[in-house]
Design a protein around this ligand. Structure first.
Ligand code: NAD
Length: 471
């Protein structure tokens, strides 16, 4: 079978993955028309905004969108038209953890994937290559194929590929321009291989072919879950070691450095912290847990579940350290939380450690000042309300104040808690912060960001992850 020549791409889902990924495809493949569709009209309006106030913050994204929007890159709410005219369709919709029902708390909610798949089947008048871009449980492509085949019009055939996305928020554009690898999974049939070749030919416009890996469908689906689980496992491993460091006097930076020198381990992703966040790590590990349980592998499920449990433990341990250090009570004390995004260089707050910390501080009846350079105030209120659904927003607002600068957040505070590793926090005038705080003035560095010795010289009492000393 000869490979289909891709001339028109539709991406269903204009979120953190669909938007940047397909914008980069449009830039790198000016001969392909790329239309990104979404049911969320406000999101599409933001992608189309004349002053490029895009719905997500990602370094380099605006330049990419400026280059291709209106040329061969389009954003639209007309999902049907996007599907109809495309020969290749990415499904890049959200796949959150199920909140209720069967598998609640670990299984993926595949409702959005199913709705998008049904829409493709209903609308398509010609054959399509349908590409899973969303992170999905192993063998989801089989369900998609069943739905497509049962609902398609005569003479429409669908080939399904898995092409999971490995970008990291905050570095999405450079990850997409220069990926470690692109993974494409297909059925090992002539038709499957032809569809795979068609997608390879898209990426080959800028990705070296030795970095485009073609594998079986199920291996591709599982590899995405496994890759995130392995990354998160490294963080939980180093965080578990940080607890031992705090108890013994060892220094986690020195330990991580020593471990990372072993070429079998490597130095990356060994930074201890208050815990990982983001929409993917926890969700994808829980997905793996659910998959293991479904395959009757309880020991395997327990192994991966522990990675999430250590992460929760790390956050709780950090909150407890704040309370313990502040003389066992933070009631009525003002605490400045610097950073609300789940990591630097993104405005994404999903599963952010800051949310857990602030909730803990609220329940100890502290007063909390929050500052983040990118996250919209409305998003902070929405997240805090979601975290404490039984507390009216007015009451939350009596305890929490959102500030417009780090200096403002730290005024009259007893303690500063660094929750996100924004570079901006390295440039804070810490002398001025110290002057404006109540004494003794404490800093809790949840990201191993600041120079603790420098701050101690100013007069701060500094607590960092993975070190015993406080003074
Ligand atoms: P997101 O929530 O930012 O975006 C998903 C978009 O899909 C939303 O805007 C939603 O309105 C839209 N949508 C849902 N159903 C739709 C439908 N039927 N028709 C049209 N639009 C629809 O999610 P995201 O962060 O972009 O993640 C998407 C997928 O990619 C998830 O499976 C996620 O696990 C995976 N992933 C995410 C990242 C990341 O860093 N965010 C990285 C790799 C993979």
């Amino acid at each position: 079978m000869s490979a289909t020549k891709v001339t028109k791409i539709c991406c269903i889902g204009a979120g953190y993955v669909g938007g940047p990924t397909c914008a980069v495809i449009a830039v790198k493949c000016p001969h392909i028309k790329v239309t990104i569709v979404d049911l969320n009209a406000a999101r599409i309006a933001a992608w189309n905004s004349p002053d490029f106030k895009l719905p997500i913050y990602e370094p380099g994204l605006e330049q990419v969108v400026r280059e291709a929007r209106g040329r061969n890159l389009f954003f639209s709410t007309d999902v049907d038209k996007g599907i109809e005219e495309a020969d290749l369709i990415f499904v890049s919709v959200n796949t959150p953890t199920k909140k209720s029902g069967v598998g609640a708390g670990s299984a993926a909610d595949l409702n959005y994937v199913e709705l998008a798949t049904r829409r493709i089947a209903t609308v398509a008048n010609s054959s399509k290559i349908v590409v899973e871009k969303s992170t999905v449980p192993c063998r989801t492509a089989e369900s998609m194929r069943t739905i497509l085949e049962a609902n398609s019009k005569p003479n429409c055939r669908f080939d399904i590929l898995s092409n999971p996305e490995f970008l990291a928020e905050g570095t999405a554009i450079s990850d997409l321009y220069n990926p470690d690898r692109v993974l494409i999974g297909s059925l090992q049939t002539p038709e499957g291989k032809a569809a795979s070749d068609a997608l390879v030919s898209v990426y080959a416009n800028w990705v070296p072919t030795d970095r485009i890996l073609t594998v079986g469908l199920w291996s591709s689906e599982l590899s995405k879950l496994a890759a995130n689980a392995m990354l998160a496992q490294r963080i939980s491993s180093i965080n578990a070691l940080s607890a031992i460091c705090e108890a013994t006097g060892a220094n986690i930076d020195e330990v991580a450095h020593a471990i990372g020198y072993d070429s079998r381990v490597g130095p990356k992703f060994l930074k201890a912290s208050v815990g990982f966040g983001g929409s993917c790590f926890q969700k994808d590990i829980l997905n793996l847990v659910y998959l293991s349980e479904s395959c009757h592998l309880p020991e395997v499920a327990a192994y991966w579940r522990q990675v999430v449990e250590i992460n929760e433990y790390q956050k709780r341990r950090f909150s407890k350290r704040v309370v313990d250090t502040l003389f066992n009570t933070i009631t009525g004390k003002r605490i400045a939380v610097l950073g609300f995004a789940f990591k630097a260089d993104t405005g994404d707050t999903r599963e952010s450690a800051a949310i857990t910390l602030i909730k803990d501080f609220q329940s100890e009846r502290a007063l909390v000042n929050v500052y983040d350079p990118q996250v919209e105030h409305s998003q902070i209120w929405a997240d805090l309300q979601e975290a404490s659904p039984l507390i009216p927003l007015d009451s939350i607002k009596k305890q929490v104040t959102i500030c417009n600068s780090a200096l403002e957040a730290c005024k009259d505070a007893e303690a500063v808690v660094i929750a996100t590793e924004w570079k901006e926090f390295l440039e804070i005038d810490w002398e001025a912060v110290y002057q404006n705080m109540n004494k003794p003035a404490f800093v809790f560095d949840g990201r191993l960001l600041v120079d603790a010795d420098k701050l101690r010289k100013i007069g701060f009492k500094v607590t960092t992850i993975g070190r015993a000393e406080v003074a």
